[in-house]
Design a protein around this ligand. Structure first.
Ligand SMILES: [Zn+2]
Length: 315
C-alpha cells in the first residue's frame, strides 16, 4: 500500500461566477503528488501542468496565488491525459491524502466533466491531513492553513507555497509527523460519488462519533422519511438511543437532534442534506458523544428556531 499525498491548483472563470460553466466551476491546471510507502517514507514524486480549456484565461486571483502565466499553462497536458498518467503513477493500492477535503472532490468533478470518472471508484476513503493535524496538535474542530502547520512543526520553508508539488511535499511532511493512532482513528470519506443503492450505504464508527452516508433520494422529504436516515444509535455501543429532542432544521441543509443511551449518556445527531450535481439528495448523518450541557444548548437553539419561524409566519 502507498500513501499518495497530492495537491491541485485550479483556475476559475475570469469573468466571475455568473459566466462560469456550472459543471466545472474550478478547472485543474496543475497536479503535484508525493508517494510514501506504508512506513511513510517518501519514495517518489509526480508533477504535471494541465492546459486549461474551459477557462484558458486566468482569473486574477489564480494569477496572484499560483504565479503561473497563460503561456506556461498552454504547454500543459490535456486534463484526461494528465489524470490518467497520475492515477497510473499512483497505482491501484493508493490511499489518497490531501490538505482539506476539496482537492479530491474537484479532481473527481474534473474527471466527470471529461468523462473519465470511471477510472476512480468512489466513495473514497482518504486522509485529510488538515483534520489529522487538528486532532493531533490542536482540537478536532480547528482548521489551519498548510503554512500554519509547517510553522507550528518548525519544518523547513524554503519552497514556495501554492505550487502543487511543493504543497504536496509540505502536506507529506506533516502527514509523517501524525501519530499512527490518530491516522488509523480518523480516516475520512469522500462522498462525491455518493452511494446509489441501499447496499452501498456507508456506516463508519470513529473514536467518539459515527457517520452514515445514505443512498440517493429524489427530494429531501423522501430522505427524511427513511428510517435509516432518522434513527439515532449510540456512537459507542450502536444500540438504539431514545430521542430527547427530535430532529429539527436550522436552515435548508442542516438538521439536529439529541438522544440518550442508557449506558453512555447523551449523544447529538446532525444531518447534512447534500445535493448531487444532478439535483438529487443524499444524507450525511453524524452522531457524536454529547453532554447534558450541550443537550440544553441544542434545546435553546430549537426554541429560537420555533420563535423565529412563528414570527415570520405572523408577518
Ligand atoms: Zn451506548
Amino acid at each position: 500500500m502507498d500513501y499518495i499525498v497530492f495537491d491541485l491548483e485550479w483556475n476559475q472563470c475570469p469573468e466571475g461566477k455568473d459566466r462560469e460553466v456550472p459543471l466545472l466551476p474550478f478547472e485543474i491546471i496543475e497536479i503535484g503528488a508525493i508517494k510514501l510507502n506504508s512506513e511513510r517514507k517518501i519514495t517518489d514524486k509526480f508533477h504535471c501542468m494541465v492546459k486549461p480549456v474551459v477557462y484558458p484565461k486566468l482569473h486574477f486571483r489564480t494569477k496572484e496565488i499560483v504565479k503561473k502565466t497563460e503561456e506556461e499553462l498552454a504547454h500543459g497536458a490535456v486534463f484526461s491525459d494528465a489524470v490518467k498518467k497520475f492515477l497510473k503513477w499512483a497505482g491501484s493500492a493508493a490511499v489518497f491524502c490531501t490538505w482539506g477535503a476539496s482537492d479530491l472532490t474537484e479532481l473527481q468533478r474534473n474527471m466527470k466533466y471529461y468523462g473519465v470518472l470511471n477510472l476512480l471508484k468512489g466513495p473514497l476513503h482518504f486522509y485529510d491531513v488538515q483534520k489529522l493535524f487538528a486532532v493531533n496538535y490542536e482540537t478536532t474542530k480547528t482548521r489551519r492553513s498548510l503554512e500554519y502547520g509547517i510553522d507550528y512543526l518548525q519544518l523547513d520553508k524554503e519552497k514556495d507555497f501554492h505550487q502543487a508539488l511543493s504543497d504536496a511535499y509540505y502536506t507529506a511532511e506533516i502527514f509523517q509527523m501524525i501519530n499512527w493512532d490518530v491516522v488509523y482513528a480518523y480516516d475520512s470519506i469522500d462522498a462525491y460519488q455518493n452511494p446509489k443503492t441501499k447496499i452501498e450505504e456507508i456506516h463508519a464508527i470513529y473514536n467518539g462519533y459515527s457517520k452514515f452516508i445514505s443512498r440517493e433520494f429524489s427530494n429531501k422529504e423522501e430522505a427524511l422519511a427513511d428510517k435509516e436516515v432518522t434513527v439515532v444509535q449510540c456512537c459507542r455501543c450502536e444500540k438504539l438511543a431514545r430521542k430527547k429532542i427530535r430532529w429539527f432544521s436550522v436552515n435548508a441543509k442542516n438538521y439536529y437532534c439529541v438522544a440518550f443511551c442508557p449506558e453512555h449518556g447523551y449523544v447529538k445527531g446532525k444531518i447534512r442534506m447534500k445535493k448531487t450535481d444532478e439535483g438529487r439528495f443524499f444524507v450525511v448523518k453524524t452522531i457524536k458523544v454529547s453532554s447534558e450541557i450541550e443537550a440544553e444548548e441544542v434545546k435553546k437553539r430549537k426554541e429560537a428556531v420555533v420563535i423565529r419561524r412563528r414570527a415570520k409566519k405572523n408577518g
